[in-house]
Structures are given as structure tokens and as C-alpha cells.
Design a binder for this molecule. Structure first.
Ligand SMILES: Nc1ncnc2c1ncn2[C@@H]1O[C@H](COP(=O)(O)OP(=O)(O)OP(=O)(O)O)[C@@H](O)[C@H]1O
Length: 383
């Protein structure tokens, strides 16, 4: 959808901002450009909508070479969100959102309806905020207006340059969440600039890590960048805690799970006790495979049914949740294991040991390009 082919930019003063950059953003994909200050991220982005002209290479958007396109028409088809938004101070929020629709000649009623619809989409109340002026909104609300304005004529492509960096970390995290939900709905093709690796990992389908002088160091998924930094520069840039960050982008799969003894809620205590044997505890399931709780070996004495002895499970996670979510739940409940469900069906448990193994296997699986289940780890036991 967006293709950069050996694109370079040398400014008239001789500064090389971007060097032979080749990069592709697929339809509906969100690619984050990340790197230290001055590495050419903004320049790259501005070449896509021709606010800056490349000095070499080709840029194609939706099959059209941008150097052949009329810049004004081109920019109307590409939403642009920048830091500090750049709203018109003397126009209301509704008028600000409707700027491009007005430029392209939409009637007043249609503009009004579209602005209201977009305000709702980005979490603003049209009745409350529509008639206000930019200075009457909070920083986070202004950023939302910026996103709404960029979406006004429903462009297939969005360029976003540090759109959430002018707000405090709490609001920022909230905006990121809302933005991910929004992107799930609208599936735009997005080029997103940030200097914050946490933001890149959270938002990006793929991340392009830049180095000073506009050189692309690595272009890959967040998990691969964190698990297998291609160069020392990338390893330094993503940080010494990249293993921890990687937890948040690695999903739980069935191959990661352990399978402790299982008993049924309807079993007699004596039967369950015998089934458990030497095991210290068991997972308790109800008749249709749902999680009913857990039971300790020492709780299985006397007569009665398992359900009368079982303890309720305080927490569980779903397959496809991240390893980070599982780890956080284990810490919160001070538990040595956590049950994993697939919809309502119990499928196994994760422990700190299996969680760590899952993380290691996921890195090796990617390096060898095989399924995670096929990776056998070297461990202290089997080394
Ligand atoms: N108009 C210009 N003329 C000359 N040099 C420029 C111009 N604009 C940017 N540069 C230089 O090009 C390089 C890349 O700048 P750019 O703004 O693309 O970096 P960036 O990665 O977006 O940085 P930041 O994260 O600080 O915004 C920098 O060295 C910058 O000083």
C-alpha cells in the first residue's frame, strides 16, 4: 500500500536525513518508525505526503508514484496527525474536524453529521465538545480531535507523527488503548513515528528501527525486534529489559501449557483422592469442561463430592492473552500457577517455569522459523 524504494533525502545544507530506505507497509498494517532524535523519521514521513521532496528513490502509495501526483490532492487522500495537533484556534472543534470535508466541497449538513460521528468514534461527546474551541479542551482531548480530523474524509492512509507525545503518561496510555480499538474498526494503512520503544511495541504490527543518518537497522515484528535484535544498536535501543517487554507481545499457545491432575466436581471425594495419587493438588472441572476451581490433596478426606471441597479460582487467563498478562496475574494472586481457558473450556495451566520456557522457545522458534511446539530447550536437566 505504501512502498518506499531506495528513498534518500539530502537537505540543501548537505545533511543526509534518509539514506537509501526501502520499506513497505501492507494494506491495513500499522508500521512504526522508531529511533533516536534526528535519525530521519519525520523526514521519511513527510516524503510520503510530499511535504518534503526526496532527492532519490521512489515512493508509491496505493499504486501511484507520489512524485506524479498533485500534492494537494495527494494530501487529501492521506490523513496526517502531528504532535500538538495544529488545530485552528478560532474555529470550534466541529469546524476543525470538518476542515477537509469543507475543502472538498461537502454540504454543511453532511459535514456536521460526519464531525459528530467522528467525535463519538474518538470518545468525545459532540453535544459537549462540538461547539468548544481548542483551548477549552484538555491535551488528551485535543489529540483525539487531531485523530478525528485526520479520519474526516475516510482516507485509506494515515501518517501519524508523535501524535500522543504531548500528553502525560497516563493519558497517553489511554489514548494508545483507544487508538488500538479504533484501528481494529477502521483498519487504515498507517505509518506512525515515535521515539518511544514502548509505544512502538504496543502499537506496531511491524517496527522499523532507524539509526542516525537515516539508516534502517531492522524492520520486523515487535516480538522479533525484542527477541532477536539484528545489531548492537537495536539491542541498546530496545533496552536491557527487552526480555520483559517481549512478554507483552508473546501470546500463550497450547504448547506452553502444563497438565496437572484433573478431577471432576461430581466425583466422590474418595475417587478423586485415589485419582490424585501422590499429586498435591488438582484442577476441578465441571461436567462440560469448564473450570470449577482447584482442590488440595489434604482436602480430599471423608465422604462427599469434590464440589463441596473445591476452592474457587480467583483468576485465570485465556489462550492468546500475553505471557505478561499471565505473569501479572500470578504475581497479583501470589500463585504458583494459573489456569488457561479457551473460551470457557479449561486447557491447562502455566507456571513460572513453563512461562519462562515459553518465552525462550518463542525466541528460538522465530530464529529457526519453526513452530514453537517443535523447539526443544536445553535445560539444566537435559543439557
Ligand atoms: N529543513 C531541513 N534542513 C536541513 N536539515 C534538516 C531539515 N529538516 C531536518 N533536518 C535534519 O535532518 C535530520 C533528520 O531530521 P528528522 O526531523 O527527520 O528527524 P527525526 O528522527 O524525526 O527526529 P525527532 O525525533 O527529533 O523529531 C536531522 O539531522 C535534522 O537536523
Amino acid at each position: 500500500m505504501i512502498r518506499l524504494d531506495r528513498v534518500s533525502k539530502r537537505y540543501p545544507d548537505g545533511t543526509v536525513a534518509v539514506q537509501e530506505l526501502t520499506l513497505e507497509v501492507g494494506r491495513g498494517e500499522l508500521v512504526v518508525l522508531v529511533g533516536p532524535s534526528g535519525c530521519g523519521k519525520t523526514t521519511t514521513m513527510k516524503m510520503v505526503n510530499r511535504l518534503v521532496e526526496p532527492t532519490g528513490g521512489r515512493i508509491v502509495v496505493d499504486g501511484v508514484d507520489v512524485t506524479d501526483a498533485d500534492p494537494v490532492a495527494l494530501r487529501r487522500g492521506i490523513g496526517y496527525v502531528i504532535q500538538n495537533v495544529g488545530l485552528f484556534p478560532h474555529r470550534t472543534i466541529e469546524e476543525n474536524i470538518a476542515v477537509v470535508p469543507e475543502l472538498v466541497g461537502w454540504q454543511r449538513k453532511r459535514r456536521h453529521e460526519r464531525a459528530r460521528e467522528l467525535m463519538e468514534l474518538v470518545g468525545l461527546d459532540p453535544a459537549v465538545h462540538g461547539k468548544r474551541y481548542p483551548h477549552e479542551l484538555s491535551g488528551g482531548q485535543r489529540q483525539r480531535v487531531g485523530v478525528a480530523r485526520a479520519l474526516a474524509v475516510d482516507p485509506p492512509v494515515l501518517l501519524m507523527d508523535e501524535p500522543f507525545s504531548a500528553v502525560d503518561p497516563v493519558v497517553r496510555s489511554q489514548l494508545q488503548d483507544e487508538f488500538l480499538r479504533l484501528q481494529d474498526d477502521v483498519r487504515k494503512t498507517i505509518l506512525f513515528v515515535t521515539h518511544d520503544i514502548e509505544e512502538a511495541v504496543r502499537l506496531g504490527d511491524r517496527i522499523a528501527v532507524f539509526k542516525q543518518g537515516g539508516r534502517l537497522e531492522q524492520f520486523d515484528t515487535p516480538a522479533a525486534i525484542l527477541g532477536m535484535p539484528a545489531t548492537e544498536f537495536v539491542a541498546d535501543f530496545v533496552g536491557a529489559d527487552r526480555g520483559l517487554k517481549r512478554l507483552s507481545v508473546t501470546a500463550i499457545t497450547p504448547a506452553d501449557l502444563e497438565h496437572p491432575p484433573v478431577v471432576r466436581a461430581d466425583d466422590d471425594v474418595a475417587t478423586a483422592g485415589a485419582e490424585l495419587g501422590d499429586g498435591r493438588w488438582a484442577v476441578v472441572l465441571d461436567a462440560d469442561g469448564g473450570l470449577a476451581g482447584w482442590v488440595g490433596h489434604d482436602m480430599l478426606t471423608g465422604a462427599g463430592k469434590v464440589r463441596e471441597r473445591a476452592r474457587r479460582m480467583e483468576a485465570w487467563v485465556e489462550l492468546d492473552d500475553s505471557l505478561k498478562v499471565a505473569f501479572a496475574e500470578m504475581l497479583q494472586w501470589n500463585a504458583g500457577w494459573i489456569a488457561v481457558l479457551d473460551d470457557d473450556r479449561y486447557v491447562g495451566v502455566l507456571t513460572p517455569t513453563t512461562l519462562h520456557a515459553a518465552l525462550r522457545r518463542s525466541v528460538e522458534a522465530e530464529a529457526k522459523d519453526v513452530a514453537r511446539a517443535e523447539v526443544v530447550l536445553e535445560t539444566v536437566q537435559n543439557a
